[in-house]
Write a protein that binds this ligand. Structure first.
Ligand code: ADP
Length: 164
């Protein structure tokens, strides 16, 4: 049976760290589904809408033949069961990621029996986070060292969130 991996995340916006996890994770599975979680409470503070994130992720992963990009609503475990996923894929940066990731992986395993595989991105990407990129974009700073080249054109029309 084909091994299907699911990489769920917010990807607001996708970063070179995400792309590295996708590259590495794609080698561990026959198919890798990268799925944007659409949570209403997250959408409030989001810089990019779902459509923009889908377009950006598709552009960034264009050359990867076994990677598909989609979105889901609700629990990742329900989506994973529907897609007959073999394992979740997540990335770890620093120790600070560990606690939340552990909690989520344990909850997902309890709810579905599906394991989570954690990968480390290359050291040169460990300082990169979507929140850092959003902050730089907010002040019109350069983000080319932090995001896949393919998504740069999507970032030029960033609308600043309301001041406050
Ligand atoms: P979420 O809001 O679900 O954490 P993110 O889009 O912020 O979604 O991150 C998705 C996954 O990618 C998480 O597992 C996160 O730890 C991982 N990740 C994000 N940036 C990096 C990076 N620079 N190196 C390795 N993993 C990363």
């Amino acid at each position: 049976m084909a091994k299907i991996a699911l990489f769920p995340g917010t990807f607001d916006p996708p970063s070179l760290g995400h792309l590295d996890i996708i590259k590495k994770g794609g080698k561990l599975a026959d198919r890798l589904i990268v799925a944007i979680a659409t949570k209403p409470e997250k959408a409030k503070g989001a810089l990019f809408n779902l459509n923009e994130k889908l377009e950006m992720l598709k552009a960034a992963t264009q050359g990867f033949s076994n990677v598909e990009v989609t979105s889901f609503q609700g629990l990742a475990v329900d989506f994973a069961k529907e897609k007959k996923v073999s394992f979740f894929l997540r990335g770890l940066r620093a120790f600070s990621d560990f606690e939340a990731e552990l909690q989520m992986a344990l909850a997902n395993r309890r709810l579905s029996g599906i394991e989570t595989v954690f990968l480390l991105a290359d050291e040169k990407y460990t300082h990169i986070s979507s929140s850092l990129i959003r902050e730089i974009l907010y002040f019109n700073g350069p983000v080319k060292d932090f995001v896949p080249e393919a998504i740069l054109p999507f970032l030029t029309k960033v609308k600043k969130p309301a001041q406050g």
